[in-house]
Design a protein around this ligand. Structure first.
Ligand SMILES: [Zn+2]
Ligand SMILES: [Zn+2]
Length: 382
């Protein structure tokens, strides 16, 4: 059975929360240094192939692990756990979650909770990885931040009622360790370094580009209230997720590529899984929705307008703050100068007062004798 998507953006998310409640505190950009160390190691380790050399097996492992794990993220973590664009039974759901954890992008519930936040607050100050907070932050910074560490189970109540998924979310590191060991036994150290660590980093950045580049580069077909864009190279790299503007317009659709030329491998694989009844009840977009809110047909691009206004407001706030800081600096400098002058004035007045005392009264004051008039003196002399 195919379900048609009937709403472009629900005012209430899957958990029933209205958009305003998605108050992810993104103001604090403090990076968690302890959590950043493993990420840094993953980026450095693939360079170990300069010492071990690289074999064809390593390249093959890299390609297999890249393509399969990109699908685990796009097909399972994104389209299933975050958007529920189709249904699976409980065993298949656990298997999908387990496969997703091999991507080392934390557990499925953590991923879905944060992604649902993104759709609720796209490109606002509450967006967990909004590009208006800078490319680095939207690409990777938010993942390493202290305030995004925990899973907000209230935002994934629909999944949190399954204990096996909560366990998987907590012990997400089990599958990557098992995969790393397996790769080592198959291809040795170079396969581990390049095939496993290298492809993991490649999967990371391909995924992260959707949060950063897909809101900056590309074209907009639908007037969504965000800056999402369609970008063909990114769609190839991420097996279909690059049709990000289509996705923001139809978030609950199982397919993001809406026309034959919009290659969407993730959708094709899910389609195959539906033929063997693993994937059921796919949500497909209604033609009326595909034809609605088209910018090329005159729909007002409120998303771009709002984001431009937000950027302008941020710039103005920064300028006002800078001016206030400058004014404060000038005022403080003026006060310091006045204080210095007042001190110098007081010291000079004290000195003057002392000099006056020296000149006018070297001895204690006494009664002054009346002076004889000059005329009397002259008379006496005469
Ligand atoms: Zn987005
Ligand atoms: Zn999404």
């Amino acid at each position: 059975m195919i379900t048609t998507v009937t709403a472009t953006r629900s005012p209430h998310d899957e958990t029933g929360n209205p958009p305003d409640s998605a108050a992810a505190n993104t103001a604090d950009h403090t990076i968690d240094k302890a959590r950043s160390i493993p990420s840094l190691l993953f980026h450095i380790l693939p360079f170990g192939v300069f010492f071990t050399g690289i074999k064809n097996t390593d390249l093959a492992i890299f390609a297999i692990l890249y393509l399969s794990r990109i699908f685990f993220i796009t097909g399972f973590y994104h389209r299933y756990f975050s958007h529920r664009s189709y249904k699976m039974n409980r065993i298949a759901t656990f298997a999908a979650g387990f496969l997703g954890t091999t991507c080392v992008q934390k557990g499925p519930l953590w991923w879905a909770a944060h992604h649902r936040d993104h759709h609720r607050c796209s490109d606002t100050e509450n967006d967990v990885h909004s590009p208006i907070q800078g490319f680095w932050w939207s690409h990777m910074g938010w993942i390493l931040a202290k305030n995004t560490k925990k899973t907000d189970y209230d935002k994934v109540k629909d999944w949190a009622r399954y204990p096996e998924l909560v366990w998987l979310n907590k012990y997400f590191i089990v599958a990557p360790i098992l995969l790393g060991i397996a790769v080592f036994f198959i291809g040795g150290p170079s396969a581990l370094l390049f095939g496993f660590f290298g492809s993991t980093v490649a999967v990371w950045h391909a995924t992260f580009f959707i949060n950063s580049l897909a809101h900056i580069l590309g074209t907009r077909r639908f007037a969504t209230d965000d800056t999402s864009r369609n970008f063909f190279p990114l769609a190839l790299l991420t097996l279909g997720e690059g049709w990000h503007n289509n996705h923001h317009h139809l978030p609950y659709s199982m397919k993001s590529g809406l026309y034959w030329w919009e290659i969407d491998i993730t959708y094709r694989v899910l389609q195959v899984l539906s033929w063997v009844r693993i994937v059921k009840h796919p949500h497909m977009p209604r033609p009326a929705l595909i034809a609605s809110q088209r910018i090329d047909q005159g729909a007002f691009d409120a998303g771009t307008c709002r984001v431009n206004c937000t950027k302008a407001r941020l710039l103005l706030s920064a300028a006002v703050e800078q001016n206030l800081n400058e004014s404060q600096r000038i005022t403080e400098r003026a006060f310091r100068t006045i204080d210095k002058d007042l001190l110098a004035l007081r010291e000079n007045l004290d000195k003057l007062s002392l000099q006056k005392t020296d000149v006018s009264s070297p001895e204690p004051p006494h009664e002054t004798q009346p002076q004889k008039p000059a005329r009397s003196k002259s008379r006496f002399q005469n």
